[in-house]
Design a protein around this ligand. Structure first.
Ligand code: HPA
Length: 280
């Protein structure tokens, strides 16, 4: 497949989704590492495995099931991306953001993205939820922005604004829902790194110094393409591990820890997302 994705490829994927569902989803939900359980609560679900959709990248990572689940959740018609492909798996930026282009083609105007992230902010503990207020696109600033390449003006502007990538109204709603539900919600800046190796202590001290509160290997390309397409975004990180900034520490970070802690936060994450959906 091409490094870049054409409008025809997006439309072919969107058409395949339309053919396989009776629903017309208005909200997209992207579930990150170990967080895919919420998709099982979708009612009247149409389930489309990724290999049934042309051009769709298939994730190779444990903890990332690969399918779309389309149906009803908390009074809304949602399209859930249960599992996603990552840049570190070898896909291009255009491939890993095809999903959000397809969501737009299907008429979706709001996307909720979740992820697992390492906690850089010293006040964060594993098990916390963090509302993403802004991001640092380390990969994009180094040249791999998902909008690099030909720009389709009908899809969005060449130079999209990124002053408020995470919708202020949705952030306020999420804060209110969290407060009402008694769910503790941190807030902060998510730094996107390519991975797959976890960060060194020096890299983490660097990210801490430039204002990152959490670090992870996903989400930001999706958010940039969503904003390009005029979709409003709510982003929520689950803090699954404490970033180790001290080079003399004997701690380690593992994908197993990320999945285990992610599983513990699911009830709060579910309550938050369901609450937001109910009040949208
Ligand atoms: N670093 C990068 N990505 C992650 C981490 C981390 O510590 N935890 C979960 N995803």
């Amino acid at each position: 497949m091409n490094k870049f994705i054409s409008a025809e490829q997006v439309n072919a994927a969107a058409e395949a989704v339309r053919q396989q569902t009776k629903h017309q989803p208005t909200i997209g939900l992207v579930l990150g590492s170990g967080l895919s359980g919420l998709a099982n609560e979708v009612e009247e679900a149409d389930i489309i495995p990724y290999d049934q959709i042309p051009n769709w990248p298939v994730s190779t990572v444990p903890g990332h099931s690969g399918r779309l689940v389309i149906g009803k959740l908390s009074g809304q018609t949602v399209l859930v991306q249960q599992g996603r492909a990552h840049y570190y798996e070898g896909y291009s930026m255009a491939q890993i953001t095809l999903a959000v282009r397809v969501m737009r083609a299907l008429g979706i105007e709001t996307v909720i993205v979740t992820n697992a992230a390492g906690g850089i902010n010293r006040n964060f503990t594993p098990g916390d939820l963090m509302l993403i207020s802004d991001h640092l696109n380390m990969v994009g600033m180094a040249g791999e922005n998902p909008l690099r390449g030909p720009n389709d003006e009908s899809a969005g502007p060449r130079f999209p604004d990124m002053t408020r990538p995470y919708d202020p109204g949705l952030r306020q709603l999420a804060s209110q829902v969290a407060e009402d539900a008694g769910v503790a919600l941190q807030q902060g800046v998510y730094a996107y790194v390519a991975g797959p190796s976890f960060e060194t202590p020096a890299e983490l001290r660097f990210l801490h110094g430039i204002g990152a509160d959490a670090v992870g290997m996903s989400t930001v390309p999706t958010v940039i393409v969503a904003r390009h397409a005029g979709i409003r975004v709510l982003g929520i990180s689950t803090i699954t591990n404490k970033a180790i900034l001290d080079p003399d520490s004997d701690g380690v970070v593992s994908h197993e820890e990320v999945l285990e802690t992610g599983a513990l936060i699911i009830p709060q994450l579910t309550a938050l997302i369901r609450g937001v959906l109910a009040r949208l």
